[in-house]
Design a protein. Sequence first.
Length: 324
Amino acid sequence: MNGQSNSGVCGRYQPEHPVDLLSSWSILRRGLGDPTIRLERTEAWLALDTPLGDATLHVTLPDPAAAVCFVAYGPGARWAADQVPRLFGAGDDWSAFDDPTFFGGLPELVQRSRSLHRALVLPRTSRVFVPAAGAVLEQRVTGIEANYAWRWLIRHAGRPAPGPSPVSLRLFPTPREILGLKRWDWQAARVDASRATTLRHLAEAASRLEWWGPEELETSKPQARPPGTLEAALLAVPGIGSWTVAETLQRSHGSADHISVGDFHLADFVGQVLTGHRVDDATMLSLLEPYRGHRQRVVRLLQLSGVRKQAFGPRYAPLDHRNR
């Protein structure tokens, strides 16, 4: 339940199952210096764009089994407060995954990881543009490059989060602000022309895409061209492919099944931990096919298992975009 106070919309929410805040919300953070979120083991600040305006959400969770205490500030405070259950796993149903028949067929490493991470949930933001923009910035570049661009755009074209939030907490630029950026802004952010063009296309489609934010993932939009789903709408944006779609839906809707096909590291990692050697995307999908409906759950648990991909060869060097 929640209520209005002079300082914001505050309340408490008791999740149906224990929630590990740090491991569950880590997917919402793009690098340790992400200005849109401050995430610790028992506390987090999250800057959100909402249909009602900007909002800051402050949550505390002293123990995974405890109730979440939250306060939301700004014009979108009420919307952010109402989103708390979905951010803490409401609708993220693991019962079929944990069913003994299905669970017994999972790789032993996944079973062990699940036993150690029973408090993992897949959070849902119910917002599309910002996670999609973050995914576009990560296309075909290193994490260092993508995180630099994310931070630069937020600090130079974004805006402070409302309320008594940490000074450095800020929101990603609005679609209009993205469309107003000049060529030299993209160069300063180290964003090449291809990604900048895709972000502009995304910004132009943002208002249409946000229709699916509160809807279930497979909902068809009335009067939209079949199949009318969010996935199809994202794929219709020039420059967006299946990898960007998966990265978006994992955050916007807490997708339990979308896999980031085309990722520079993922297929190698999944192949190595499941078979002992690196594989391509097609083989990764074949390995994960028996777990369809829960493939992203399997990937997240593998990532939390502590096993790491062996590194071979030189690191990929960041590109220089100043003359692009």
